[in-house]
Design a protein around this ligand. Structure first.
Ligand code: ZN
Length: 143
Protein backbone atom coordinates (compact mmCIF):
# COMPACT_ATOMS: atom_id res chain seq x y z
CA UNK A 1 0.00 0.00 0.00
CA UNK A 2 1.24 3.49 -0.79
CA UNK A 3 1.93 5.83 2.08
CA UNK A 4 -1.12 7.74 3.24
CA UNK A 5 0.83 11.00 2.83
CA UNK A 6 4.41 12.22 2.52
CA UNK A 7 6.06 13.66 5.61
CA UNK A 8 8.77 16.27 5.44
CA UNK A 9 10.47 17.73 8.49
CA UNK A 10 10.85 21.35 7.42
CA UNK A 11 11.92 23.19 10.56
CA UNK A 12 13.44 22.57 13.94
CA UNK A 13 13.99 25.26 16.50
CA UNK A 14 14.14 25.94 20.21
CA UNK A 15 11.46 28.24 21.56
CA UNK A 16 11.80 30.78 24.36
CA UNK A 17 10.82 28.28 27.01
CA UNK A 18 13.63 25.94 25.92
CA UNK A 19 11.45 23.32 24.23
CA UNK A 20 12.25 22.09 20.77
CA UNK A 21 9.57 22.68 18.20
CA UNK A 22 9.43 20.68 15.02
CA UNK A 23 7.44 21.56 11.94
CA UNK A 24 6.31 18.82 9.59
CA UNK A 25 4.64 19.25 6.25
CA UNK A 26 2.22 16.48 5.36
CA UNK A 27 1.40 16.19 1.70
CA UNK A 28 -1.63 14.23 0.54
CA UNK A 29 -1.77 12.97 -3.02
CA UNK A 30 -4.49 14.44 -5.25
CA UNK A 31 -7.73 12.55 -4.64
CA UNK A 32 -6.52 10.94 -1.38
CA UNK A 33 -8.78 11.15 1.67
CA UNK A 34 -7.83 14.09 3.87
CA UNK A 35 -10.56 13.82 6.48
CA UNK A 36 -11.35 11.04 8.92
CA UNK A 37 -15.07 10.99 8.11
CA UNK A 38 -14.16 9.79 4.61
CA UNK A 39 -12.84 6.56 6.15
CA UNK A 40 -15.59 4.40 7.70
CA UNK A 41 -14.59 2.92 11.08
CA UNK A 42 -11.29 4.80 11.13
CA UNK A 43 -11.73 6.65 14.43
CA UNK A 44 -12.98 3.52 16.19
CA UNK A 45 -9.99 1.46 15.03
CA UNK A 46 -7.51 4.19 15.88
CA UNK A 47 -8.98 4.62 19.38
CA UNK A 48 -8.82 0.88 19.97
CA UNK A 49 -5.15 0.73 18.97
CA UNK A 50 -4.27 3.87 20.98
CA UNK A 51 -6.90 4.21 23.75
CA UNK A 52 -4.84 6.92 25.48
CA UNK A 53 -5.96 9.32 22.73
CA UNK A 54 -9.21 9.56 24.71
CA UNK A 55 -7.48 11.57 27.43
CA UNK A 56 -5.91 14.08 25.03
CA UNK A 57 -6.76 17.72 25.42
CA UNK A 58 -7.82 19.21 22.09
CA UNK A 59 -8.56 22.84 21.31
CA UNK A 60 -10.96 22.40 18.43
CA UNK A 61 -13.19 25.41 18.88
CA UNK A 62 -16.25 23.26 19.55
CA UNK A 63 -15.26 22.03 23.04
CA UNK A 64 -15.39 18.45 21.82
CA UNK A 65 -13.28 15.70 23.33
CA UNK A 66 -10.58 14.48 20.99
CA UNK A 67 -12.39 11.14 20.65
CA UNK A 68 -15.47 12.99 19.34
CA UNK A 69 -13.40 15.33 17.20
CA UNK A 70 -11.62 12.34 15.65
CA UNK A 71 -14.81 11.19 13.93
CA UNK A 72 -14.74 14.17 11.60
CA UNK A 73 -11.44 16.02 11.36
CA UNK A 74 -8.38 16.37 9.17
CA UNK A 75 -6.20 13.24 9.03
CA UNK A 76 -3.29 15.65 9.65
CA UNK A 77 -4.90 16.58 12.98
CA UNK A 78 -5.15 12.89 13.87
CA UNK A 79 -1.46 12.54 12.94
CA UNK A 80 -0.61 15.38 15.35
CA UNK A 81 -2.31 13.64 18.27
CA UNK A 82 -0.93 10.19 17.40
CA UNK A 83 2.62 11.60 17.19
CA UNK A 84 2.22 13.27 20.60
CA UNK A 85 0.88 10.04 22.07
CA UNK A 86 3.72 7.95 20.64
CA UNK A 87 6.24 10.48 21.97
CA UNK A 88 4.67 10.03 25.39
CA UNK A 89 4.68 6.25 25.19
CA UNK A 90 7.93 5.50 23.37
CA UNK A 91 10.14 8.42 24.31
CA UNK A 92 8.56 9.01 27.74
CA UNK A 93 7.87 12.68 27.16
CA UNK A 94 5.25 14.02 29.57
CA UNK A 95 2.01 14.49 27.61
CA UNK A 96 1.38 17.82 29.30
CA UNK A 97 4.64 19.24 27.94
CA UNK A 98 3.91 18.30 24.37
CA UNK A 99 1.85 20.71 22.34
CA UNK A 100 0.71 20.20 18.79
CA UNK A 101 -0.94 22.40 16.23
CA UNK A 102 -2.31 21.60 12.79
CA UNK A 103 -2.86 24.28 10.18
CA UNK A 104 -3.07 24.66 6.44
CA UNK A 105 -3.08 27.31 3.79
CA UNK A 106 -3.51 25.58 0.45
CA UNK A 107 -3.01 28.81 -1.50
CA UNK A 108 0.48 29.22 0.00
CA UNK A 109 1.63 25.61 0.47
CA UNK A 110 -0.32 23.90 -2.31
CA UNK A 111 -3.38 21.63 -2.35
CA UNK A 112 -3.34 18.85 0.23
CA UNK A 113 -0.42 20.24 2.25
CA UNK A 114 -0.84 20.53 6.02
CA UNK A 115 1.56 22.01 8.57
CA UNK A 116 1.84 20.13 11.85
CA UNK A 117 3.91 21.73 14.56
CA UNK A 118 4.82 19.74 17.65
CA UNK A 119 6.68 20.94 20.70
CA UNK A 120 8.59 18.57 22.94
CA UNK A 121 10.80 16.21 20.94
CA UNK A 122 14.43 15.77 21.98
CA UNK A 123 15.94 15.53 18.52
CA UNK A 124 15.14 15.59 14.81
CA UNK A 125 15.91 11.87 14.60
CA UNK A 126 13.39 11.12 17.32
CA UNK A 127 10.79 13.37 15.68
CA UNK A 128 11.30 11.67 12.30
CA UNK A 129 11.07 8.18 13.72
CA UNK A 130 7.92 8.95 15.68
CA UNK A 131 6.34 10.67 12.67
CA UNK A 132 6.89 7.51 10.57
CA UNK A 133 5.39 5.33 13.26
CA UNK A 134 2.43 7.69 13.61
CA UNK A 135 1.79 7.47 9.88
CA UNK A 136 2.01 3.67 10.10
CA UNK A 137 -0.62 3.56 12.85
CA UNK A 138 -2.94 5.85 10.89
CA UNK A 139 -2.48 3.65 7.86
CA UNK A 140 -3.35 0.51 9.85
CA UNK A 141 -6.52 2.18 11.13
CA UNK A 142 -7.70 2.74 7.56
CA UNK A 143 -8.64 -0.89 7.02
ZN1 ZN B 1 -6.45 18.54 18.62
Amino acid sequence: MDDLFDIELVDWKQNRTGYHVVLFKLKFAPGAAQRTDALPGFSKRLLSSLPQLRIHACHNGAHKSFAMELENTEIAHAFEHVAVELAAQLAKHPRAEMIGKTAWNFSIDGQGVYRVEIQGFDSCEEAREIACRARGLLQEAMC
